[in-house]
Design a protein around this ligand. Structure first.
Ligand SMILES: N[C@@H](CCC(=O)N[C@@H](CS)C(=O)NCC(=O)O)C(=O)O
Length: 214
């Protein structure tokens, strides 16, 4: 059995990266430097023609998309409890995971990479400004979820929802959103970051948890 994860520091690949560590998996971490355009090299495009991280390779099978990778790892390492095992708790967790991935995450893409949505530089500034406000509201929804965490977003075990919440909150700092204005999410992120498995990922990715600059 061989597992490889292509990841980029601070990117959404933090979610499967921490999932692998929480599960105690043996895997090969393969860093991709997005700022150097390594996701667009012929070698990487041969792995993922969409030029994105994360990519999980399980015994030669290339798996993309966080929602699919999370479910794959959850099925492979059921003892880790990366997602609730069954019932309505699992349904709700998948609902939140899909929303984080298909709504919150792409909103941040409008903040961070407005050039993906228009070539017009003035329009890029408008796209970014509008997306920051939308993003603030979406983080507010995560704050409501964090208020109900017991003690983690998926229930009694830390898992992929907590990893995604940390990532999205951290990105908020780049958008000028102080994580401490979202105290429940900030506390959850700090608690999650302190877990030894997560701390290993933070160290490997050389992440600063709070990137907000007033
Ligand atoms: N829906 C995709 C999103 C992946 C994604 O947006 N990856 C970003 C990093 S967070 C990326 O690789 N961006 C590189 C680029 O767009 O050039 C997933 O769930 O995996």
């Amino acid at each position: 059995m061989s597992l490889k994860l292509y990841y980029a520091s601070g990117a959404c690949s933090f979610v499967p990266h921490t999932a692998l560590e929480l599960a105690g998996a043996t895997y090969e971490p393969l860093p991709i430097k997005l700022h150097r355009g390594e996701q667009r090299t012929p070698e990487y495009l041969a792995v993922n023609p969409r030029g994105q991280v994360p990519v999980l390779v399980d015994d030669g099978e290339v798996i993309t998309q966080i929602v699919a990778i999370a479910q794959h790892l959850d099925a492979k390492f059921p003892q880790a409890g990366l997602l609730p095992a069954s019932g309505m708790a699992r349904t709700r967790a998948l609902q939140t995971l899909a929303w984080m991935n298909n709504t919150v995450h792409p909103t941040f893409t409008h903040v961070f990479m407005p050039h993906k949505f228009t070539a017009d530089e003035a329009a890029q500034q408008a796209v970014k400004a509008h997306a920051v406000e939308t993003y603030r509201g979406l983080l507010g929804e995560i704050e409501t979820l964090a208020e109900k965490a017991s003690p983690w977003l998926g229930g009694d075990k830390p898992g992929v929802l907590d990893a995604y919440a940390l990532t999205l909150l951290r990105w908020g700092g780049f958008a000028g959103i102080d994580p401490q204005t979202l105290p429940k999410t900030w506390a959850l992120a700090q608690r999650f970051a302190a877990l030894p498995a997560v701390a290993r990922v933070i160290e490997r990715e050389r992440l600063e948890l709070n990137v907000y600059k007033p």
